[in-house]
Design a protein around this ligand. Structure first.
Ligand code: ZN
Length: 133
């Protein structure tokens, strides 16, 4: 038990080291929507060692989305431009949220983006209605 806590503590400290650099990269605005509301680091790959490519600075609302909150399609428009960011945590993270909505524009935006091809095909496959192959 104590060991898990220690590991988590070390991880939080490591993430903290990147805080300033990620903040600068983000221009101290949310890297998904541009808001300045309660910005915090979001860990895109909790099972990997944290680095600049796995962390993103997100506002409260976008962190909720990242953690699986359902959103109206109109709300998701605000994070669409994050797809063109060249940091994986920003672009792929946003793509994963967009892929959950079945709107055609969201699929097209993911198709047009420059995210990793494997992630892209995984997300677009998920978006297909069940049974259609
Ligand atoms: Zn945001």
């Amino acid at each position: 038990m104590a060991k898990g806590f220690e590991t988590n503590k070390v991880r939080m400290e490591t993430i903290g080291i990147f805080g300033k650099s990620v903040g600068k990269r983000a221009g101290f605005t949310c890297e998904w929507c541009g808001s300045k509301d309660d910005l915090r680091l979001w860990d895109y790959k909790p099972d990997m060692s944290p680095n600049m490519d796995t962390l993103a600075l997100l506002c409260t609302r976008c962190r909720d989305l990242a953690h699986g909150r359902r959103a109206a399609p109109e709300e998701l428009h605000s994070i669409r431009k994050a797809l063109w960011n060249n940091t994986p945590s920003v672009a792929e993270g946003a793509a994963r949220v967009l892929a959950r909505c079945r709107e055609a524009w969201a699929r097209t935006a993911i198709e047009d983006s420059y995210i990793d091809d494997n992630v892209k095909s995984e997300l677009l496959r998920q978006g297909n209605p069940a049974g259609r192959r």
